[in-house]
Design a protein around this ligand. Structure first.
Ligand SMILES: [Zn+2]
Length: 403
């Protein structure tokens, strides 16, 4: 079994060791050392990164059969002695999150009685699952406050090993998952847990502990939180975001909710005015469009293209113009909301879906659909000139069609 230097000194960033075994893991070079400061993935905490004789260590895992620690490398290593260096920024971040988690879990236990059933530290989010749901906001805030008080009291964090028979008297937060001798991590006069992770020396090093969100997941509540530098960076990011939104809306932080409500109100009114204008346009446009109808073998054909028109108007105009008479109506609008509609009044011997397909085919497009008497397809950013051409060709072939 590899000697685990990180247990005795989690602040150790450089070490030397003898190479005990050189091999492979899933096709990648891997080595086992006599001793190591590299933490392997486990207990919710991700593995360390760093180098061995300058070769990047890409993953660190514990071999189940014998507890040896495998350092998976970017390139093969051929040496009998190595100097290891730990990526300290990453490791110290893990220490802040992990000690912070112990403190927050104990705070939740004391304030709400909720036990932490799992812990996960990701690249961005850190989460614990609590065995209770429906926790009131005041309790969550109280737990966050208690956790931060313990941080600011700068309490000592100690670790030691105990034999199995002495575990009972320790009043651990949770029963240990491993058998035999266990490692205890204690936050002075606050929390005692069985844990193999790396921890800071004093709680002050954890920095701020901030809860971000709670989600119900079946019978548990998932609490996302950040500690230390992660929490500070999150605060900086959010502060920047708020300042940016504030300058968009020309409002101070405290006035933002009112400014957004005012925007929503304006938008609602603008939409109402737009709907009224569309109604007006519809009634004004209809008589002029009527005049564009041309005779066809079955009745009439009406074709019109707008460079741009709110997409909601086109189908309404198409329906109104084809209602109750043998008229084939093809309307199209360009722009971002571009739309092509084909409407067939009673007695028009054309299937709207077929006509639509034919026009789209000429444009090299597909999609759309509808019923025999009405079909439509979106035409976002269509080239108006080719649209005109396609419509004129389609109309000249449809105009003479008879069943
Ligand atoms: Zn732990």
């Amino acid at each position: 079994m590899t000697e685990r230097l990180y247990w005795h000194d989690p602040y150790l960033q450089r070490f030397t060791a003898a190479v005990v075994e050189i091999g492979e893991h899933n096709g990648q070079p891997a080595v086992i050392l006599s001793r190591t400061a590299f933490y392997p993935t486990g207990g919710g905490q991700p593995h360390d990164l760093g180098t061995l004789n300058g070769i990047p260590v890409v993953e660190v895992i514990e071999r189940e059969v014998d507890g040896a620690i495998l350092h998976i490398l970017a390139h093969p290593l051929s040496a009998r002695e190595v100097e290891g260096r730990i990526d300290w920024e990453r490791r110290f971040d893990h220490m802040q999150q992990h000690t912070g988690q112990h403190i927050l879990s104990q705070a939740f236990l004391r304030i709400t009685g909720a036990q932490t059933v799992s812990f996960h530290m990701g690249q961005e989010a850190v989460t614990i699952d609590l065995d209770q749901t429906g926790l009131p906001l005041e309790a969550i805030e109280a737990a966050e406050e208690l956790a931060n008080r313990v941080v600011l009291e700068n309490r000592e964090v100690r670790t030691w090993f105990v034999g199995e028979k002495d575990v009972k008297g320790l009043e651990l937060r949770r029963a240990p998952k491993v058998e035999g001798s266990i490692r205890v991590v204690e936050v002075a006069e606050f929390d005692r847990s069985a844990c193999g992770g790396t921890h800071v020396r004093r709680t002050g090093e954890v920095g701020p502990i901030k809860i971000l969100k709670l989600e119900r997941r079946g019978e548990v509540t998932r609490v996302s939180f950040l500690c230390g530098w992660r929490a500070l960076r999150d605060y900086q990011r959010k502060h920047r975001l708020l300042s940016e939104i504030g300058s968009f809306l020309s409002a101070g932080e405290a006035d933002l909710p009112d400014a957004i409500r005012a925007l929503q109100r304006d938008l609602k009114e603008a939409r109402k005015a737009m709907a009224a204008m569309q109604e007006l346009y519809l009634e004004l446009a209809l008589p002029a469009l009527e005049k564009e109808a041309r005779p066809a073998s079955f009745g009439e054909i009406l074709l019109h293209v707008w460079p741009q028109l709110p997409s909601g108007l086109v189908p309404r105009l198409a329906r109104r113009l084809s209602e109750g008479r043998p008229r084939l109506v093809i309307l199209a609008a360009g722009g971002a909301e571009g739309l092509l509609t084909v409407a067939c009044g009673p007695g028009v011997p054309v299937d709207a879906r077929e006509a639509l397909k034919r026009i789209l085919g000429r444009l090299g497009r597909g999609g759309g659909g509808g019923r025999p008497d009405y079909a439509q397809a979106s035409l976002a950013h269509v080239d108006l000139q080719s649209l005109h051409q396609a419509l004129i060709e389609a109309v000249s072939s449809l105009a003479g069609e008879r069943e």
